[in-house]
Design a protein around this ligand. Structure first.
Ligand code: SF4
Length: 484
């Protein structure tokens, strides 16, 4: 790390045109500074400093928390699960209004803790703080928060950590947008055998219910050379399963001249020695190409699972949602996928109670769930998100009608899941063991290529191994199996 000391940082101001490579060096040096500040604090406390990172929301946030955790560990700070820690970081989600309310509630508790321990540092980051109104509310109501930073400058976390350890008063560093992607900062991996890899950031789709494009910014793809290098490094360190992450992976590479498209990127990732399973999410149906289906069907590493959010089975509602496909085109896509990959597990997301939706639209969603034959689906009741176009639409259904519709969709999802997941019953299939079962320590939990969970007798020594397991008992969304 000492080689980085030769760089004259004062020559570089961070602007939109900064050089990401210089920035990487600068942030790595900041980690050294944070480490020496943490050491000083450790000497005063007589113990290591501790930090607790709490993640709300989606896979992208989980990945960001791994980056934050990687910087903390590299700075000599111990990661703990307890919010009594010296530093507490809430990596927030803002997809639903009630997600914000949950954070405010928990912040109140942290404030009480901070009264007793004034040296405690409280940090808020993630999507929620990308909104000016949220920052204002925190300034007014939660002035004890020490730092707020957004989604666009997370790469600057080493520098922000130095400021957190050096400065008093609330530090606010939230950017409206960024065009750059800074590479090669340390990151913590929750599992040694599998890892998420961001391939792009942001979203250009503007679904009418979704706040993501406003808080995560326009779509930006990473260079394929950087992604492939990261996958190679992960494979060298023992990772065998990668999950390529983006809000809309199917449009990977758009706008980057001479860059691979998503199927091209998958072909290259497939060549990485040591990688046995490749997953990706999320796929927007409107951008899923024939070429991608071809690459998936030919691949021996791409998992036999596709998460393809439909949101509604009614073309009328899909139009109001600005999803840019119809019920018919979605189902046609599902048929194509099934024709090319008869074993494929398809899962989805469904929203019930979108403003303007009527009971007849829900009937269409129920029938689509049966036609698409999903292995599983995440079903949500629509929740108004301030700042999105749909928040101005009027609901045509009562709460009872929405609840009744939700139950009908859920029943259809459960019926299909049980039926479709049962196609594996009695078969012996490869399972990647992920963890000791949290309910019964004599069991471990693993995943089929098709993403279905399997629990079977075993212990922690099996974690990370690929084993042949007989699928004995179908429990609906998962199996109880026996190692063979
Ligand atoms: S594709 Fe739609 S739902 Fe997904 S992140 Fe983009 S705007 Fe939101």
């Amino acid at each position: 790390m000492h080689a980085f000391r030769d760089v004259d940082y004062d020559r570089y101001t961070i602007t939109k045109e900064y050089d990401p490579e210089v920035e990487t060096v600068r942030q790595r040096d900041m980690i050294e500074r944070a480490a020496s500040l943490a050491k000083e604090r450790e000497e005063k406390l007589g113990r290591r400093m501790s930090a607790c990172v709490v993640t709300f929301g989606c896979q992208m946030n989980a990945r960001d928390s791994e980056k934050i955790s990687g910087v903390l560990i590299s700075s000599g700070i111990e990661l703990v699960d307890d919010e009594n820690a010296d530093i507490v970081i809430y990596n927030t989600c803002t997809v639903r209004d009630n997600a914000n309310q949950r954070v405010y509630g928990r912040l109140g508790n942290l404030g009480v803790m901070k009264k007793k321990h004034p040296d405690k540092k409280i940090v808020l980051c993630g999507c929620m703080v990308q909104e000016a109104a949220v920052i204002e509310k925190i300034r007014q109501t939660y002035p004890f928060v020490d730092m707020i930073f957004g989604t666009h400058n997370i790469y600057k976390f080493p520098e922000l950590l130095v400021r957190l350890l050096e400065e008093d008063g609330m530090i606010v560093d939230v950017w409206k947008k960024t065009d750059s992607v800074v590479e090669n900062l340390p990151t913590l991996r929750k599992y040694p055998f599998k890892s998420g890899v961001n391939i792009m950031f942001g979203c250009d789709n503007f679904c009418s219910y979704c706040i993501v494009p406003y808080v995560r910014g326009r779509e930006r793809s990473r260079k394929s050379s950087e992604i492939l290098e990261e996958v190679r490094r992960l494979a060298d360190s023992g990772v065998s399963e990668v999950m390529l992450l983006g809000q809309n992976v199917n449009s990977y590479g758009r706008g980057l001249e001479g860059e691979l498209n998503f199927p091209g990127l998958l072909r290259e990732v497939e060549k990485t020695e040591g990688i046995r399973r490749i997953r990706f999410m999320t796929s927007h149906p409107k951008d899923l190409s024939d070429e991608l289906i071809e690459v998936m069907a030919e691949s021996s590493k791409i998992c036999s699972h596709l998460h393809l959010p439909v949101q509604s089975g009614s073309s009328r509602v899909l139009e109001m949602m600005n999803r840019k496909y119809t019920r018919e085109s979605y189902l046609k896509l599902v048929s194509k996928l099934r024709a090319a990959m008869p074993e494929l597990s398809i899962t989805t997301d469904i929203i019930v109670g979108f403003p303007g939706e009527e009971p007849a639209d829900i009937d269409e969603t129920v029938s689509l769930v049966h036609e698409a034959a999903y292995d599983n689906a995440f079903t949500f009741i629509y929740s108004k998100r301030a700042g999105t176009p749909a928040s101005n639409y009027e609901s045509k259904m009562s709460e009872e009608e929405i609840g009744e519709g939700f139950n009908r969709v859920l029943a259809a999802v459960q019926e299909e899941a049980r039926k479709n997941v049962s196609r594996f019953a009695g078969r012996t299939m490869e399972v990647l063991v992920e963890d000791v079962n949290d309910k019964d320590k004599e069991y471990v939990t693993g995943r089929l290529s098709g993403n279905v969970l399997v629990h079977f007798k075993g212990d922690a020594s099996l974690i990370g191994s690929y084993l042949q397991v007989k699928l004995c008992e179908n429990k609906g969304f998962y199996y109880i199996g026996e190692r063979v």
